[in-house]
Design a protein around this ligand. Structure first.
Ligand code: NAP
Length: 254
């Protein structure tokens, strides 16, 4: 069987890097996309060192031309992508009375416009192959979180985007699902601690106490769920949102 090709955005670090490595371990060739191509080196090298196939690509997911060029590179260097993980993300937290136009536009642009542009550029390859898996990163913040009107709106938007993709593309053998992580230990949550003026270890301890499984999540926890949704056997799971948050009560939100 021909090796499947996955494209993971925001894969230089954090959840994206763990997902790229996991999909490579599952046997896929992986395009590791991030803003800065040089920053993708460690993920690409880790995949190659483990015996996998990967290429690093620099692109801003919110820029149509860069996205289209990036997808063309994936096709040329690895083959047509039929697994897509829309993971690239940023935070610009602020209470609404202090939130700037730029805070709003940047977050909506990277998460929603980014996922739209990359999915539009990739979906034709999935339709042609009559097989595809799209996984979008939502968040427990989609349910509402203080200081995050921009991010919560974007992450709730990802859920509607996902369900609509599932309806439109299902007839071509393409599934679309969202994963909604809770508190995952990454540079993003470390930056949140710094912004709040809280020591990261203290924030992590508080997060673990409020979580049913009494720990915070690791990027590999999210990668594991994405691996399932991207797998051959998950073809009857589509349009779903899976919370990867250590329990049903979402006390700590990101
Ligand atoms: P992270 O460590 O900050 O990694 C995000 C990556 O996305 C970074 O490498 C970043 O590059 C890249 N990126 C940002 N803007 C981009 C753009 N315009 N084009 C291409 N790449 C871009 O974040 P993470 O914690 O792994 O989060 C990954 C995803 O999970 C995000 O969608 C996030 O919202 C979601 N999520 C995270 C948590 C959590 O607790 N960590 C919880 C729920 C959902 P730069 O370093 O150059 O900015």
């Amino acid at each position: 069987m021909v090796q499947r090709v996955a494209l993971v955005t925001g894969a230089a670090r954090g959840i994206g890097a763990a997902t790229a490595q996991r999909l490579a371990a599952d046997g896929l060739a992986v395009a590791v996309l991030d803003l800065d191509e040089a920053a993708t080196k460690s993920t690409v090298e880790a995949i190659i060192a483990a015996g996998g196939r990967a290429v690093g690509i620099g692109a801003d997911v919110a820029d149509r031309e860069q996205v289209e060029n990036a997808v063309a590179r994936v096709v040329a260097e690895l083959g047509p992508p039929t697994v897509l993980v829309n993971n690239a993300g940023v935070l610009r937290d602020n209470l609404i009375f202090k939130m700037t136009d730029d805070d709003w536009d940047t977050v909506l642009s990277v998460h929603l416009r980014g996922a739209f542009l990359v999915t539009r550029a990739v979906q034709g390859h999935m339709v042609e192959a009559k097989w595809g898996r799209i996984v979008n990163l939502s968040s427990t913040s989609a349910l509402g979180n203080r200081g995050q009107v921009n991010y919560a709106a974007a992450k709730a938007g990802m859920q509607g985007f996902t369900k609509t993709l599932a309806i439109e593309l299902g007839r071509y053998g393409v599934t679309a699902n969202a994963v909604a992580p809770g508190f995952i230990e990454t540079a993003m949550t470390a930056a949140t601690a710094a912004r709040m003026g809280i020591d990261f270890e203290t924030l992590k301890k508080g997060g673990a106490e409020q979580t049913a499984v009494k720990r915070i999540g690791q990027p590999e926890d999210v990668a594991h769920t994405i691996s399932f949704l991207a797998s051959e056997g998950a073809g009857f799971v589509s349009g779903q949102v899976i919370y990867v948050s250590g329990g049903p009560q979402l006390g700590v939100l990101f």
